[in-house]
Design a binder for this molecule. Structure first.
Ligand code: PHE
Length: 369
């Protein structure tokens, strides 16, 4: 009798182990995909220079998602079925990683998202995702960090919210911020919506201005946020703007041209952090790519590091054994902090707060979980 084929074929002994990177090399968040890919590549090159894992080299295969959920699903399927990836890294945006997670589970190949912070990616209600992992904190934490900073450090009483209703990340983060802000005695005076790609935010911002908030929470992606900042400025809206890790791009400053000065955002990493791990990484990264690593570069590097560390410990170089080893990760020293995965596959990690001063990011503080 013939035996049934197993779900995921084990890579041939001696052949390189394929790491699939599913990321946005084109589209609205192309700069993030490029940073992440640089980080992933750096970690893989280092592992190969040190002899690979268990005597085998690593081969990186990159698939573009164009920053879209449907194309992410296709890219992930191709990485697994065509390239026979033993582990997948990706995507960055939460709405896209929500499309990738079921593919990892169905094909029984572990996947690690560098930057997607929406909680549903690893655990959606009662449904767990056995093959999905991440190296970033999640939004209930990120939203709480900013709500506390606003109430306790900035003494904000009245906040407004401007959310991207087409983005799971933005909607989740807006809700988590609002919940904690209200629990701490603050008031949400108005909550308005837009859709990514909109160009004119004046109607929503006029509403916000009338509600007289001291602080406007805009948990969106950098291109939209920068336009919102400029239009708020043009309308004479004086309130401070704040957001999350979706702000972290040099493009934010290019487009905002100073309109976000005085604002703050939460992030995974700051290049100003004097720690030897961060500075050592920045030096290697700059030598390889002639640019400063942003948070997505650092997270891409850490996602690859998690995969490599697990492959070194795995009982065999099969997707299932690698999955089991990833699950047991604890105390892995990454560029964005020490990574210990909890029972839901989320790391317990600190966040940093970045201020915008003179149209540039400035490290303010680190917040422990
Ligand atoms: N945490 C963000 C998210 O989950 C990361 C991100 C920001 C990705 C901006 C792409 C663009 O969506």
């Amino acid at each position: 009798a013939t035996t049934a084929a197993t779900a995921a074929p084990a890579a041939q002994a001696g052949a390189p182990i394929v790491v699939g990177h599913v990321t946005s090399l084109t589209g609205d968040t192309a700069t993030f995909g490029e940073s992440s890919n640089n980080g992933v590549k750096l970690a893989i090159d280092e592992a190969n220079a040190a002899g690979g894992v268990q005597g085998r080299k690593l081969a990186l295969q990159v698939y573009d998602t164009a920053g879209k959920p449907e194309e992410t699903a296709t890219a992930a399927t191709r990485a697994i079925t065509e390239a026979k990836a033993s582990v997948v890294i990706g995507e960055l945006g939460s709405s896209r990683t929500l499309a990738l997670a079921p593919i990892a589970d169905t094909n029984k190949v572990p996947a690690i998202t560098p930057a997607s912070t929406n909680p549903k990616i690893t655990k959606d209600g009662d449904k767990t995702r056995p093959y999905m992992f991440r190296v970033c904190f999640i939004d209930p934490f990120q939203g709480t960090v900013m709500a506390k900073f606003a109430r306790q450090n900035l003494k904000v009483a009245k906040a407004a919210i401007v959310r991207d209703v087409g983005n799971d990340y933005s909607v989740g983060l807006a809700d988590y911020f609002a919940k904690t802000f209200k629990e701490l005695g603050g008031e949400i005076v108005v909550d308005v919506s837009y859709k990514s790609g909109d160009q004119d935010f004046k109607a929503q911002l006029t509403k916000v201005k009338f509600a007289k908030p001291d602080f406007v929470y805009v948990p969106g992606y950098y291109t939209d946020v920068a336009l919102i900042g400029r239009q708020a400025h043009e309308l004479g809206l004086k309130a401070q703007l704040a957001g999350g890790d979706g702000w972290d791009s040099s493009k934010l400053y290019e487009i905002a041209q100073g309109a976000l000065d005085g604002g703050f955002f939460t992030n995974h990493y700051s290049a100003d952090n004097p720690s030897p791990v961060v500075q050592g990484f920045a030096k290697k990264y700059e030598a390889a790519y002639h640019s400063k690593p942003d948070a997505f570069a650092a997270l891409g590097y850490d996602a690859a590091l998690l995969a490599i560390d697990a492959m070194k410990r795995a009982s065999a170089l099969t997707p299932d054994a690698i999955r089991d080893a990833i699950e047991k990760t604890s105390g892995l020293s990454g560029v964005t902090g020490t990574i210990r995965l909890d029972a839901d596959h989320n790391p317990v990690k600190s966040a940093v707060i970045i201020g915008v001063e003179k149209n540039a990011p400035k490290y303010v503080t680190t917040v422990e979980p």
